[in-house]
Design a protein around this ligand. Structure first.
Ligand code: ATP
Ligand code: MG
Length: 391
C-alpha cells in the first residue's frame, strides 16, 4: 500500500491576495528542509500540502522534519489509492485495522474536490462507513466519534487517514514571509527560545554571540554553535556572528564601578548587535529577557540597556515565567544543550551587588571613562562569521 505525507497549513489561508506568494515560500522551505533526507515531490492543493516520498523507509524522517516547519498546523501519513470506491474500502480496511479496535466509535468524513468521481461526499461516507461498520466490531457516532476516518478524493488520487492521529505542527508563518531579525544568542536557556518564537512568525534569523576568550572556553563556543544548529532545524540556516568581547569586559572591569558592570556590558552588546544587524539588513534585535528575572532585567535596567539602540528590540519572553520558558526550551529541543555547564561570557564578569534601580545619566557618566566607539570598532574587526546548518 502506498503512503504519502499530507499537511495542513494555517494562517497563510488568511492572507488573501498574498496567498500564492506564501504558498510558494512554504513549498520552498519544505523542499529545503527535506532535500538532504529524502527524494520527495511536494505540491499544494486546496490548503493541503502533499509530499510524495520516493523511498517508503523515509516517511518517518520526512514526517519529523515537516513537524518543524513553520506554517504547518497539522501533519500525518495517509494511504493513497485509486479513485475507485471498492479500492477505497479495501484500503481503509487494511490501513485502519489497528485504529478501529473493538468498541471504538467512528465516523467517515469525505471531501470530494474531483467532481468527476461518481459518488457525492455523503454517499462516500455512507458506503465506506457502512463497510467499515460491517468489517470491524465498532459503531458509528456522527456527533462525537473517537476516530474520524477522512476520505479525500483529489485530482491525483484518494487519500485516507484518521483525523485524530494527525500530529500538531509548529503553526506560525513560513520563514521568509517576515523579513529578518538578529538574535542575541547566549548559551543560556532563554535566548534560543526567544529566537524560536520570533522565527515562528515567519522571520528569518541571524544570531550574534559575545565571546570572552580565554575566560570562556572553546567548549562554550561549541555550545552556542550547537544551539544555533538546533534553531536552524526550524529556520533551515543561521548566520552566526561571534564577537570577541574580552577587551571590552576588561576595560569595564578596570575603569568602572563594579555594580554597573552588567549593564555596561549589555549596552555594548546592544550597540554591536545593532551594527551587525544593520549591515546584514535585519529590521530588529531579539533578546531573551523577562521582567524581573534578574537584576539586569528590572524595567529600569531594561530602559538603560535598550536606550543605546534605535532598532526595535523584540523581547518575546518579557511576560513569561522561568518555568514557562524552560517548558518551551524543552519542547523545541534546546533545553538539554542550554543546561550544559560551560561558562557564558557574562557569568565570568558578574558583579556581586548589581544596581537594581539604575539611571541612564549615571551609566552614561561612567561610559565617559571608556572609549566606546573605539572598543566597538575593534570588536567588529574581530567578528567571525559561521554559517550554521541543521544537522
Ligand atoms: P539567556 O538564558 O538567554 O542567557 P539570561 O536570563 O541569562 O538569558 P541575561 O544574561 O541578562 O539573561 O541576558 C539577557 C539577554 O542578553 C539574553 O537573553 C541574550 O539575548 C543576551 N545575551 C546575554 N549574554 C549574551 C552573550 N554572551 N551573547 C549574546 N547575547 C547575550
Ligand atoms: Mg545568560
Amino acid at each position: 500500500m502506498k503512503e504519502m505525507i499530507i499537511a495542513k497549513y494555517g494562517e497563510i489561508i488568511l492572507k488573501g491576495g498574498n496567498r500564492p506568494r506564501f504558498e510558494s515560500i512554504l513549498i520552498n522551505n519544505i523542499n529545503n528542509s527535506l532535500k538532504k533526507v529524502a527524494k520527495t515531490h511536494v505540491k499544494i492543493l486546496q490548503a493541503t500540502v502533499y509530499v510524495d516520498v520516493e523511498d517508503p523507509e523515509k516517511l518517518d524522517i520526512v514526517l519529523e522534519r515537516m513537524s518543524k516547519i513553520f506554517g504547518i498546523v497539522a501533519i500525518t501519513k495517509a494511504a493513497v489509492c485509486k479513485k475507485d470506491i471498492e479500492e477505497i474500502k479495501q484500503t481503509a480496511k487494511e490501513y485502519f485495522k489497528e485504529s478501529l479496535t473493538e468498541g471504538v466509535t467512528f465516523k467517515v468524513e469525505a471531501k470530494r474536490s474531483d467532481k468527476q468521481f461518481p459518488f457525492t461526499s455523503p454517499e462516500i461516507q455512507q458506503e465506506v462507513g457502512g463497510y467499515l461498520d460491517d468489517e470491524f466490531p465498532i459503531s458509528v457516532d456522527v456527533h462525537n466519534p473517537q476516530q474520524t476516518v477522512m476520505v479525500e478524493i483529489r485530482d491525483f488520487g484518494a487519500f485516507l487517514y484518521i483525523r485524530e492521529n494527525m500530529l500538531r505542527g509548529q503553526g506560525g508563518m513560513p520563514i521568509g514571509t517576515g523579513s529578518k531579525a538578529t538574535l542575541l544568542l547566549s548559551g543560556g536557556i532563554d535566548s534560543p527560545v526567544a529566537g524560536h518564537m520570533i522565527a515562528k512568525r515567519g522571520v528569518e534569523i541571524d544570531a550574534v554571540n559575545f565571546f570572552s576568550f580565554p575566560y570562556t572556553s572553546e567548549r562554550a563556543k561549541e555550545k552556542v554553535i550547537s544551539l544555533a544548529k538546533i534553531i536552524a532545524q526550524y529556520t533551515s540556516k543561521i548566520n552566526l556572528y561571534i564577537v570577541p568581547f574580552t577587551e571590552i569586559q576588561l576595560q569595564i572591569r578596570d575603569n568602572c564601578p563594579e555594580e554597573q558592570m552588567t549593564l555596561l556590558m549589555r549596552r555594548f552588546m546592544m550597540r554591536i548587535a545593532e551594527r551587525i544587524a544593520e549591515k546584514n539588513k535585519s529590521k530588529a534585535l531579539i533578546t531573551g529577557e523577562s521582567v524581573g528575572q534578574v537584576a539586569s532585567q528590572t524595567l529600569a535596567a531594561l530602559d538603560v540597556t535598550n536606550a543605546v539602540v534605535d532598532m526595535p528590540i523584540l523581547q518575546p519572553l518579557i511576560g513569561m515565567d522561568k518555568v514557562e520558558i524552560m517548558d518551551r526550551a524543552y519542547k523545541i529541543g534546546t533545553y538539554e544543550t542550554s543546561i550544559l555547564p560551560y561558562e557564558d561570557c557574562c557569568t565570568v564578569f558578574t558583579p556581586k551587588h548589581p544596581v537594581v534601580n539604575p539611571r541612564r545619566e549615571n551609566i552614561e557618566k561612567t561610559e565617559m571613562h571608556l572609549n566606546v566607539e573605539e572598543l566597538i570598532e575593534a570588536a567588529l574587526q574581530g567578528v567571525e562569521k559561521i554559517e550554521v546548518l541543521p544537522e
